[in-house]
Design a protein around this ligand. Structure first.
Ligand code: SUG
Length: 448
């Protein structure tokens, strides 16, 4: 049965703002207190989804969450009506209110790890929402993410949902941002590649010195067990800790893969030749020919990769077997990176087309094209079993743009987060969105 890679992009929520919440993500801390445009952010994301849908790719939408998270503020001791909870937090702990107001669920590469049915023991597609334990503002995402995923992939004959891993640094899990799947054809068994930043239970593995390593080896291993993956078709690799200290806070800031191709920086992994050899060997065992396109430090430095988000790109398979690379405008604006991309297209290698998108609103928080999407490989039967209302088409694009214009502010600053009206705006927007995307009751205010 034919299978496809579908991309589910995060719809940017109404509270998109720049609060500098992610230490180790240099764009996030560097843009703290800049004024954001939630409306523009959502429109930029929708434009990418529509363009890729128009180019023939399967494209879906993942809904944003209710923010500020009043439930989280209550857990931290703020009491009264919802408006009072927000007012007290704004006065006594504005940084906590900002964390509870982040629209960070837009970066759906961190929503979950997904294993296609061709790889799993029970022949179902497996989902584990990421606990995102390293950052408080992200650690509150997984319960709602889990409910939304179930509302999209509800058929238990095809889809298996696990709870997030234990919420503890030993099992820090950042989802698909540190996970890639290689295969010969999407419907055939593939090799799942897990990249971690540190080992929590084994002191022999090095650690970065400055910035946190968010993903642990033990979290990746737990996901592989839960999803019923075979050891023969799993590869673990450690990210080079020195690159984490340069701002590579997820593996998808230094490498990206699709089908049989890995596009990566020279300094992406520790013991890189051995990692590539294992991928080559394990992919060959399932009938695939592994191709690594390595970008040398001499041509693009790690700093340039972080600034341009060259590797936070999407590789999309065309009918002729070649790949399109989808990069953000920042890659075009970084001279040596653009030179590299021009050369890459002419190189005769697997990547022969570049597409550029303006995602500046998300980029200023460290979220490029790859951060904004969750990949799910689905065969025809599975595709037919998902909630069809979440799939992009001309009419959904139109509806969602109108919905954004109706509900979203054009500007949002740190001071605006104290406005209790923002919560009401978010709730009425989400009430309408649940109808549009037929999600049922997935948000705390709907659950009571
Ligand atoms: O977790 N930024 C996100 C960006 C996530 C990017 N995802 C991938 N690379 N897959 C993060 O650091 C910043 C929010 C703020 O500062 O307001 C933030 O959460």
């Amino acid at each position: 049965m034919a299978a496809f890679e579908a991309n589910f992009d995060g719809l940017v929520g109404p509270t998109h703002n720049y609060a500098g919440l992610s230490y180790g993500n240099v764009a996030s801390t560097g843009n703290q207190n800049a004024v954001a445009s939630p409306r523009q952010a959502a429109r930029q994301g929708l434009a990418k989804m529509k363009a890729l849908h128009d180019a023939g790719f399967k494209q879906g939408v993942l809904a944003p969450h209710e923010r500020p998270s009043v439930a989280s503020l209550r857990l931290l001791g703020f009491t009264g009506t919802d408006a009072q909870v927000i007012a007290k937090a704004a006065k006594e702990a504005p940084a906590i209110l900002a964390a509870c107001s982040s629209a960070s669920t837009m970066w759906t590469a961190n929503a979950a790890t997904v294993s296609p049915s061709a790889d799993t023991q029970d022949g179902r597609v497996h989902f584990t929402p990421a606990n995102l334990n390293n950052k408080f503002h992200r650690s509150i995402e997984h319960p709602t993410t889990g409910r939304i995923l179930k509302a999209m992939f509800g058929d238990e004959r095809h889809f298996a949902h696990h709870p997030a891993l234990p919420a503890q640094m030993h099992f820090g899990d950042e989802g698909a941002a540190n996970h890639t799947r290689f295969c010969a054809e999407y419907d055939q068994p593939g090799v799942e590649f897990f990249v971690f930043g540190q080992a929590a239970f084994d002191a022999r593995y090095p650690k970065p010195a400055r910035f946190p390593a968010r993903q642990t080896l033990e979290a990746s291993q737990a996901i592989a067990r839960l999803h019923g993956l075979s050891d023969a078709r799993v590869v673990y690799a450690q990210q080079d800790p020195d690159t984490i200290d340069l701002g590579v806070f997820h593996n998808d800031v230094i490498s990206v893969g699709n089908r049989n191709v890995l596009f990566h920086h020279e300094r992406a992994f520790l013991n890189q030749p051995a990692v590539l050899a294992e991928l080559d060997r394990k992919l060959a065992a399932v009938g695939g020919r592994f191709v690594a396109v390595e970008v040398p430090e001499a041509e693009v430095s790690v700093e340039e990769a972080v600034k341009s988000y060259l590797f936070n790109s999407q590789l999309l398979s065309k009918a002729d077997g070649k790949l399109i690379i989808v990069v953000p405008e920042e890659s075009r604006n970084t001279p040596r990176v653009w030179q590299y991309l021009e050369k890459l297209q002419q190189s005769g290698g697997p990547i022969d087309e570049v597409r550029v998108f303006d995602l500046k609103q998300s980029m200023q928080n460290g979220g490029g094209p790859a951060c904004l999407r969750l990949r799910v490989v689905l065969n025809e039967a599975e595709l037919a079993a998902i909630n069809p209302a979440v799939m992009m088409n001309d009419s959904l694009f139109e509806t969602l743009n109108q919905w954004v214009d109706k509900h979203y502010r054009d500007q949002l600053s740190a001071a605006d987060l104290a406005d209790p009206q923002l919560l009401n705006e978010c709730r009425s927007a989400l009430d309408e969105l649940t109808q549009i995307l037929r999600l049922g009751s997935v948000y705390p205010f709907q659950l009571g």
